[in-house]
Write a protein that binds this ligand. Structure first.
Ligand SMILES: C[S@@+](CC[C@H](N)C(=O)[O-])C[C@H]1O[C@@H](n2cnc3c(N)ncnc32)[C@H](O)[C@@H]1O
Length: 325
């Protein structure tokens, strides 16, 4: 990538290779599961971009509208010299903040951090064109393992963790990750955390069961990603996608159900998995928050809520937080 460093701590399949044990654990658990971070191979990253444009999938456009509204005020208030973004993906929404910081001449560096090298490299092409003179430094890694490898701060920092990716983690992992994120913040630095809010169940379930089946293709792609990375033979055509809302735990649960009994070989794990007809593999949880649950989650991780930004329907929330002293 011309002129700009990309530190690679994982190869494109490295995440899957390095967490083969997670696949073994998931496939031997009474409720079989795969972790959502396995979704994002090259194909999965492209499918996620298509999801963000679906009419039913309100989170991306709602978060974008909030970011558009608050960008100038937020970047004036925080005035970061650099933005570190976790799970940056295509960096599309981030451009609202980059535009504001670039225009104000306060922002000089952007550090996108993602598991997908392909998506960071393609984001760089547009970023270089749009922000001549701004330093870019990509990091390819797992934010649950490699946050210590983020380049040292060169000034006041805003850490961005948007897209509701935090909602994919279970409470224990979430707390651990927020604790690690806290270590990226010096006094005066900020975290901006994007979260999907609790709302009408029909709206939530429609967003994860879209009419044209892009979410189904994204969900099923996890089996292809595992076939490729671990030499497995999941018969993708024999699984169907379904997402439902769990009211007690305030989360969407996404599953792949077997249409018929399946015997799957995972060569790299030297493992055979039997899956009964209509048995499911749980592929994603997407936890939903309120301002109150977001505030207490941040407090538990040693951070203080400084501001809460939302949209008129209260569909999405962005929490601005600082580390407690
Ligand atoms: C839900 S998408 C959000 C993308 C983008 N931030 C947005 O708001 O549209 C999640 C992003 O996080 C990345 N990701 C998921 N798990 C990750 C992990 N453990 N470490 C680093 N990146 C991860 C994925 O590759 C993907 O780009």
């Amino acid at each position: 990538m011309a002129g700009f460093p990309i530190d690679v701590h994982l190869s494109e399949h490295g995440l899957l290779d390095s967490i083969a044990e997670d696949v073994r654990r998931g496939m031997t658990s009474p409720q079989k599961y795969l972790l959502p971070k396995f979704f994002y191979d090259e194909e999965g990253s492209l499918l996620f971009e298509q999801i963000t444009e679906l009419p039913e999938y309100y989170p991306t456009r709602t978060e974008l509208s909030i970011l558009t509204d608050i960008a100038d005020e937020l970047m004036g208030r925080v005035a970061p010299r650099e933005i570190v973004e976790l799970g940056s993906g295509s960096s599309t929404k981030t451009r609202m903040l980059l535009d504001a910081g670039y225009k104000a001449k306060t922002l000089t560096r952007y550090i996108p951090f993602d598991v997908s090298q392909t998506i960071v490299e393609s984001a760089f092409i547009e970023l270089q064109r749009r922000y001549p003179g701004m330093a870019l430094h990509g990091v390819i890694g797992d934010f649950e393992r490699h946050l210590g490898l983020v380049p040292p701060a060169e000034g006041k920092r805003l850490v961005l963790f948007i897209g509701s990716t935090i909602g994919n983690l279970e409470p224990k992992e979430r707390l651990e990750l927020l604790g690690e994120i806290r270590k990226l913040l010096a006094p005066g630095d900020f975290l901006l955390l994007g979260m999907d809010q609790v709302k009408d169940i029909a709206v939530l379930e429609a967003a994860y069961n879209d009419a044209v089946g892009v979410t189904a293709a994204f969900d099923l792609n996890i089996l292809k990603a595992i076939n490729n990375a671990l030499h497995a033979d999941f018969n993708v055509a024999e699984f169907r996608h379904r997402a439902h809302y769990n009211r007690d735990l305030d989360r969407i649960e996404m599953h792949l159900y077997a249409n018929s009994p399946q015997t799957v070989h995972i060569a790299d794990l030297d493992m055979t998995v039997e899956i009964a007809k209509d048995e499911s593999i749980w592929t994603e949880s997407s936890h939903k928050f309120t301002e109150a649950t977001a505030t207490s989650m941040l407090q538990d991780a040693g951070m203080t809520l400084d501001a809460w930004y939302t949209d008129p329907l209260r569909y999405f929330g962005l929490a601005l937080a600082t580390a407690q002293g």
